[in-house]
Design a protein around this ligand. Structure first.
Ligand SMILES: [Zn+2]
Length: 231
């Protein structure tokens, strides 16, 4: 083959590849959630509260010494839920869950959801009974009233064994941020201790990546809210 023919062949291959990419149907390109793969359980328990507003405004406060990437990951966790719900329900206008940075704890007062990222689990308001990421939600039973949601995260936590202190690998921190926001939106815990996004534990020695939001969690939220958002 001459060089000219080789070039033409390469060009033809490139054109074919470009065509393949552009003819890929975006409707099948779910980016923010995956199909359920573990079928030991078929539903996610839901909480007794649910939101009824157009926009859930979440604010993220972090201690001065916590690197910015942890803030970014908490914000991404909120975006992940929003986009997953939008993709799953094919409703790009709804599910407005915002996440923004606030530089002081006093600015958190007006927010629907307050996310705190502390230097250490020892700074958690419920330490020592809480030594890993957790969410506290207060609500008026039976009223459409206020939900008071607080999420506590830290890159530095105590392992479930009660004695090993751990600098969380990034995927484990990100996993806990997505998990806690799942609670905020109204999801409870799975019965299986591990293996689901909403399992009470995440084994970061066995897992090497964060767990996806799946159709299982999205189905549970749609059963609570319907297809058209949090209101
Ligand atoms: Zn949990």
């Amino acid at each position: 083959m001459t060089i000219r023919k080789l070039l033409l062949a390469a060009l033809a291959a490139a054109v074919a590849a470009a065509f393949l990419v552009s003819s890929f149907d975006p409707a099948f390109a779910a980016n923010y959630y995956a199909d359920q793969t573990n079928f030991e359980e078929t539903s996610v328990p839901v909480a007794r509260y649910h939101w009824s507003e157009d926009i859930i405004d979440s604010c993220i406060y972090k201690d001065e010494n916590v690197p910015n990437k942890y803030y970014a990951w908490a914000k991404l966790a909120a975006q992940q839920w929003r986009q997953a719900l939008r993709e799953y329900t094919d409703n790009q206008q709804a599910w407005e869950l915002t996440a923004r940075y606030v530089s002081s704890q006093s600015e958190l007062r007006s927010c629907d959801v307050r996310v705190f990222i502390f230097d250490s689990y020892m700074d958690f308001p419920d330490y020592p009974s809480q030594t890993g990421a957790y969410t506290s939600v207060k609500f008026d039973e039976g009223s459409e009233g206020e939900i008071d949601a607080n999420v506590y995260l830290s890159p530095f936590i105590l392992h479930g064994d009660g004695e090993t202190e751990i600098d969380l690998p990034s995927y484990a921190f990100r996993n806990s941020a997505v998990h806690e926001l799942g609670h905020v939106l109204g999801l409870g815990h799975m019965q299986s201790a591990r293996g689901y996004l909403m399992s009470p534990q995440f084994d970061f020695w066995e897992e090497d990546d964060q767990l996806s939001i799946t159709t299982l969690e999205l189905e549970a939220l749609v059963s609570v809210y319907g297809n058209d958002g949090f209101d």
